[in-house]
Design a protein around this ligand. Structure first.
Ligand code: CP
Ligand code: NVA
Length: 366
């Protein structure tokens, strides 16, 4: 299973990651036939095409919510040998490689916690110590990692390097997960949609709400994965970006193709007007204006930051998200990110929840 972006997962799998069910997974792990299914099959209605209508899906208990009273810092699920019946024991006693060409706090921490939760030892390779394409080729690095480890996670400067390594992993039938490239950040998007649901549904298992996300700033890796996640779930999304930082026609075409594949009715809209973007948005999302490895500057982004004034244009129940790390006073005002309107710490906590669920899901894959 190669997860280069969120659309490598089926909508059905994304729905399961939102609402994993002990009952559903146990029955799958004992004799699963075909693709993963939510515990209760969704009626098909408009979003079918083997995907089901996410707005009507109803699933069983959510382990994250069942253990929500646990002390902060404790994994949402439980450790090896004590799982809630999610997934298989595929990774018990295994090692997982986490390759990081860029710095990371949340992703690396989540990878380590999730590896532990499924019974594996995470092994990290950080910075230029491997020397991908300098000390040896990306393909040779991937060969070695596949010989030694049962899962490869990689945060790489270039998405094309991920694709080259993934070719090798595919031949080994080793799962490989994108932990951020210049193109995509799928494990972030999973945490984002889990967080959005936590803050918009009365309780786990309730039907998916319909809503609009406004993403403000640079149309980057995080925005791209978030947009695809929104499409998969039938949520409208508006990207407000300055000239030169907006998605191009290739992205727009890819979003449309994915929309059709999902049978989604989600609308993807592009604008350079931040106030208009937030007017009907339940979720206001932003990220750094200059991503890791990017050569740009913050020039041109004035007016695209989320501050108290912009919040006045948004609905009263709109809340604010940021994948972090944040630059207070730039893409987000301190008075906003540190306010009641912000859910960034729930969002950051859900990086661990999402990574664990993803590893459980992968543990059941052939
Ligand atoms: N949001 C995110 O990926 O954080 P890190 O870069 O710290 O992993
Ligand atoms: N877009 C940012 C995300 C950091 C988590 C970057 O790529 O640096």
């Amino acid at each position: 299973m190669i997860i280069d972006d969120i659309d490598a997962l089926s909508v059905e799998q994304i729905l399961w990651l939102l609402d994993p069910s002990v009952e559903g997974t146990q029955s799958r792990s004992k004799g699963r036939q075909g693709p993963l299914s939510p515990a209760v099959s969704p009626p098909t209605n408009g979003m079918e095409g083997a995907q089901g209508d996410p707005s009507t899906v109803v699933a069983g208990g959510d382990p994250h919510h069942e253990v929500a009273e646990q002390p902060r810092g404790q994994s949402s699920l439980v450790g090896p040998g004590e799982s809630l019946g999610l997934g298989s024991d595929r990774f018990v006693g295994a090692t997982m490689a986490g390759v990081f060409e860029h710095p990371s706090l949340r992703t690396r921490s989540a990878f380590a916690g999730a590896a532990y939760a499924v019974g594996a030892l995470p092994v990290f390779f950080v910075g230029d110590e491997i020397g991908i394409d300098s000390r040896e080729s990306a393909e040779d690095v991937a060969h070695l990692l596949c010989e030694h480890h049962q899962l490869i996670g990689a945060r790489l400067r270039h998405h094309r390097t991920f694709a080259r390594m993934a070719e090798v992993a595919r031949a080994y039938e080793r799962p490989m997960v994108n932990l951020l490239t210049d193109w995509a950040h799928p494990t972030q998007a999973l945490a984002d949609v889990i967080t959005i649901l936590e803050h918009t549904r009365a309780q786990p298992g309730d039907p998916l709400p319909s809503l609009r996300i406004a993403y403000l700033g640079d149309a980057n890796n995080v925005a791209r994965s978030l947009t695809k996640a929104a499409i998969a779930l039938g949520w409208d999304i508006t990207i407000a970006a300055p000239n030169g930082h907006q998605f191009g026609i290739e992205d727009v075409a890819a979003f449309e193709t994915y929309r059709e594949l999902c049978g989604s009715k989600a609308r993807v809209e592009l604008t350079d007007d931040p106030s208009a973007a937030v007017r009907e948005a339940r979720v206001l999302y932003t990220d750094t204006w200059v991503s890791m490895g990017a050569s740009g500057t913050t020039e041109g982004f004035e007016g695209f930051g989320i501050d108290e004034e912009l919040l006045l244009s948004a609905p009263e129940d709109a809340f604010v998200m940021h994948c972090l790390p944040a630059h207070r006073g730039m893409e987000i005002a301190a008075s906003v990110i540190d306010s009641e309107r912000s859910v960034v710490w729930a969002q950051a906590r859900n990086r661990l929840v999402a990574m664990e669920r993803l590893f459980w899901l992968i543990s059941e894959e052939d």
